[in-house]
Design a protein. Structure first.
Ligand code: MN
Length: 235
């Protein structure tokens, strides 16, 4: 399959069992999942922060290629950009959004997504907000900082992680995979709101911001060979 080609039906709506109800459901009249090949169409995102997630063939970025980038402006639509096996990762619209210094990117575990985007798309997708880092700074009463745990505790919704370890390199992604991938960016705007309130309450907003600003460098350290080392550790 040729590299940079666009989907013939970029607005395909995902069918299947109803998704769990979103906290902002009454405002999300036309919520839908949009699937694209090789790049984001121009102008599909509103202004402001975007939620971003990636799916790869595994956790070893030198070995395991980037398969999917999910992105949402928080208005209720999620966009999935799929990269083929032989992709040239030439995605000018997506890269422009990711590299935009005026657009905050929301992630859950930014460290990995920043590294996968940097490794395959060649851009540093900052500035950064990471819901997992924020959670670690405020939810000190638990060691459960997975997206599913956060969405359940802070937003009161159940999301499935069943498709997490599935074949994201398959020529055709299943509707279950697409629903799962979209759900990974669906709640990040709402989570940021809740976590910002908690960070302020605990007096850790500045500390969180400093961590977010370091995350791009943490990702570069991972890619440069320091992935398994805490460079701040004594031994
Ligand atoms: Mn994901």
């Amino acid at each position: 399959m040729a590299g940079a080609q666009h989907s013939l039906c970029p607005d395909r709506r995902i069918r299947g069992p109803p998704l769990s109800v979103h906290p902002l459901a009454p405002m999300r009249k036309n919520m839908s999942v949009h699937f694209h090949e090789e790049d984001l169409p121009e102008g599909v995102l509103g202004p402001g922060a975007v939620a971003v997630d990636t799916e790869t063939m595994g956790l070893q970025l030198g070995r395991d290629r980037l398969c999917l980038v999910q992105i949402s402006d928080g208005s209720g639509d999620e966009h999935l950009v799929r990269f083929a096996t032989d992709s040239a990762f030439d995605a000018p619209n997506l890269k422009a959004v990711l590299a935009d210094p005026d657009r905050l990117k929301l992630y859950h575990f930014a460290r990995f997504d920043l590294a996968s985007i940097r490794a395959y798309l060649g851009v540093m997708a900052a500035p950064v907000y990471c819901t997992k880092t924020a959670s670690r700074l405020v939810r000190t009463y638990t060691d459960r900082h997975g997206l599913k745990d956060l969405v359940k505790e802070l937003l009161g919704h159940e999301i499935s992680k069943q498709q997490q370890s599935s074949d994201w390199g398959a020529p055709d992604l299943s509707d279950a995979q697409k629903d799962y991938a979209a759900a990974d960016v669906r709640y990040l705007h709402a989570l940021k709101e809740r976590l910002d309130t908690r960070l302020a309450r605990e007096g850790r907003t500045e500390l969180a911001q400093a961590c977010f600003e370091f995350l791009p460098y943490r990702a570069v350290l991972d890619l440069a060979g320091w992935a398994d080392q805490d460079i701040f550790a004594h031994v």
